[in-house]
Every structure is written in structure tokens, then in C-alpha cells.
Design a protein around this ligand. Structure first.
Ligand code: MRU
Length: 368
């Protein structure tokens, strides 16, 4: 994507193919810092500490992680035992986004089957590149399929502004290009449709305020950052036409795990008769789980992410400050599950479908 006239992605291999480089998203929007990941430990740290985050990007980072597992393997032939152990360690880095396991499981058997060290390295490189391009293309298609939903609302409103609410960051920083939830927004903007985005700040790490607002600003898309609790009020007053979010894992029955607070937005949207769409690539469907609330593992993160907040002070310095009393305990549930009954539909790379098993399977008959 274009950032100040420069083409950027959130992840890429170094020229000598020895390291993986990522935008350190913890520093945005105030600083654009690139981190060098040299081995599996660096990759795991980048995923856990959220230099990289967002389901498709976690998958893409895992894919390059498998490449580093192979390139940094001890001298000689690479044993299956080493490969399996390191891939399992990678898969355990974060629990909720299914793209992590999806990427590792897609590449691992191909590397195991490759004959020697050289072939394994070549296979890992090729597969990592393929996953990155697959996700970029998926998001482009999600934009194409989501565009008519926005166009239809715009026409109904005789061309006046379409107000779309989104939660967290499901933009290109969370994917590779375009984003999932943001792809239809880019497509609508490109098509000359007047849109305005309500950006939930998304406590505790403020992915909305820091990342989505930054992306939309760079693309010249009108947006307003709001507190996480403002959405219901805006909906009651006719100021939201459509909600689009991303997801970290969606069961094949249509239950959606996404950033904490998504469920409350879906409830408010339902109460106000506002369409609530979830945009996702096929890599974010979980083809085994049926009951999202009971089965999807919900990550609990360090309570300090709730207790402290980071931002730039008046002098321009980036600071981290404590908000609650120093001795108040905090809880940090990172995701929640929105049941399928609250979801109007899914915007996928193959088209739009209802949030139910039959419709999802009709679009993806080849998955099992
Ligand atoms: O904790 P994060 O920042 O990784 O959570 C990200 C989200 O919840 C996104 O909405 C989701 O991964 C979809 S990304 C296209």
C-alpha cells in the first residue's frame, strides 16, 4: 500500500534472504520502525509481543517463520524431529487466530516431503511467498465483493455519506494489502462513493486509534476515532449505516471470534437493524469447530496492557503511563465471540454469504 508515496507491506524478506523484516506495529502511528527477525525466537517474539498482529499477517509471519526454521537449522540434513518440534513451537505463539496453524500446517508437509536441505529451503521460500500473495489477492477480492454492499447503501441515500463503523484494525497492516474489513472501504473510495469511517479506538492496545486511523488517513479516507462505547449511541441516532469487522477465527457454522468488544457492537447493530458484516479470507475459517463460544480459545494477555496506555506527550516524546491505581488488578481478555445469529453475512474472496454452515459450505465446497 502507499505510505507517503512509497509502496509498503507489513512484512518482506531481506534482500539476502537471511532475515524477515516487519513493520513494528507497536510504534505506530508516531514512529515507523522496521524490525529484523533472524530466527524462530524472533518470529515468536514478534507475534507474541505484537510487532505483527491481525490474523492474516500472523499467518504470513508464521509462513516466513517456517522458512527461518529451515534456513537456521543445524548444519547437515534437517531432521523431521527438529522440523516438527520447531513448527509446533511456532503454532503455540498465539492461540486465537487460526491463520497461524493454517499457515504452518499448509507448509510443513511439503517441507517434510522435500528431499534434502536445499530442496527444503527452496520449498519453504516458495510456500511463504505463495501464502503472502494468496492473502494479498484474497483481500483484493474481498474489496470487490464488498463494494456492492456499500454502493447499494449509497444509492439508497442518494449519494450522501455512507457511515461505516469498524473495530480494531483489520486493515493492510493486519493482512498484506488492502485489509479485510477495510478492502471494501478502499474499493468504495476508489469508486468515488462518499464514505466516512467510525474507528473504534479498541482498548487496550488501541489498534483502531493507532493503526486503522493511520491507514485511512494515509489513504485520504474520511474517518473519526471514537471511544469503544460510542457505537451504540451513534447507531441509535442513525449515524451508522453498516458495520464491517475482521475476524481471527470463524467457525464453519458462522460464529466469529474477533477483538474484544466486537460482540457488543454486533448486539447494538442487531438492536438497531444495522447490517453487521464480517470480512475474511478462507484461511480464517475453522473447518472443525462448530460452537465458537464453547470451543474457540480466547487469549488472555498481560494485564499491564490494560493498566498502562501509550501515546505521544506535548513535547513529542512517546510515553507509557499508568491509568488505574497501582494496586488495582486488571483482566485482559483479548477476543470475544459473536454468535452467527448476530452476523448479517461474510465478505470472502469468493463472494458474500450468509452466516450459516450451508451458505459457507456452498462457497467453499472444497474445504473440509
Ligand atoms: O490482537 P490483534 O491486534 O492481533 O487482533 C486483531 C483483530 O482482532 C483483527 O480484527 C482480526 O485479526 C482481523 S485482521 C484482518
Amino acid at each position: 500500500m502507499q505510505v507517503d508515496g512509497k509502496e509498503m507491506r507489513p512484512i518482506w524478506p531481506s534482500e539476502d534472504m537471511k532475515t524477515v523484516q516487519v513493520i513494528d506495529q507497536r510504534q505506530l502511528p508516531h514512529e515507523l520502525v522496521v524490525a529484523d527477525l533472524k530466527n524462530l525466537d524472533d518470529i515468536i517474539e514478534a507475534i507474541q509481543e505484537m510487532y505483527v498482529r491481525g490474523a492474516p499477517l500472523i499467518g504470513a509471519t508464521a509462513a516466513w517463520g517456517v522458512y527461518l526454521i529451515v534456513t537456521t537449522a543445524p548444519e547437515g540434513e534437517i531432521s523431521n524431529e527438529y522440523l516438527n518440534r520447531e513448527c509446533d513451537r511456532l503454532k503455540a505463539a498465539r492461540p486465537t487466530a487460526v491463520n497461524l496453524a493454517w499457515a504452518v500446517d499448509r507448509i510443513r508437509p511439503k517441507i517434510l516431503a522435500a528431499e534434502n536441505r536445499e530442496a527444503k529451503i527452496e520449498t519453504a521460500r516458495r510456500e511463504a511467498e505463495a501464502i503472502v500473495e494468496f492473502e494479498a489477492d484474497n483481500c483484493r477480492r474481498i474489496g470487490e465483493h464488498g463494494l456492492p454492499l456499500i454502493r447499494e447503501i449509497s444509492e439508497r441515500k442518494n449519494g450522501s455519506t455512507v457511515h461505516i463503523l469498524t473495530h480494531c484494525n483489520a486493515g493492510w497492516l493486519a493482512c498484506v494489502e488492502f485489509g479485510t474489513a477495510t478492502a471494501p472501504m478502499y474499493a468504495a473510495h476508489e469508486a468515488g462513493i462518499d464514505i466516512h469511517i467510525w474507528v473504534d479506538e479498541t482498548r487496550p492496545l488501541n489498534q483502531g486509534a493507532r493503526l486503522t486511523a493511520w491507514e485511512l488517513g494515509k489513504a485520504g479516507i474520511k474517518h473519526t476515532v471514537i471511544t469503544d462505547n460510542a457505537g451504540g449511541h451513534l447507531m441509535q441516532h442513525g449515524l451508522v449505516d453498516l458495520v464491517i469487522t475482521g475476524t481471527d477465527r470463524t467457525t464453519h457454522t458462522g460464529d466469529v471470534a474477533n477483538k474484544i468488544g466486537t460482540y457488543l457492537k454486533a448486539l447494538a447493530a442487531k438492536d438497531n437493524g444495522i447490517p453487521f458484516y464480517v470480512a475474511l479470507p478462507s484461511s480464517t475459517f475453522d473447518w472443525r469447530m462448530r460452537d465458537g463460544v464453547a470451543e474457540i480459545p480466547i487469549e488472555e494477555r498481560n494485564p499491564d496492557e490494560v493498566r498502562f496506555i501509550q501515546g505521544r506527550d506535548d513535547s513529542g516524546a512517546v510515553r507509557r503511563v499508568l491509568v488505574p491505581p497501582a494496586d488495582s488488578p486488571a483482566g485482559n481478555y483479548a477476543f470475544d465471540v459473536t454468535p452467527a445469529r448476530l452476523v448479517t453475512g461474510f465478505i470472502t474472496e469468493r463472494g458474500v454469504c450468509g452466516a450459516n454452515e450451508q451458505d459457507i459450505r456452498r462457497l467453499f465446497p472444497d474445504e473440509n
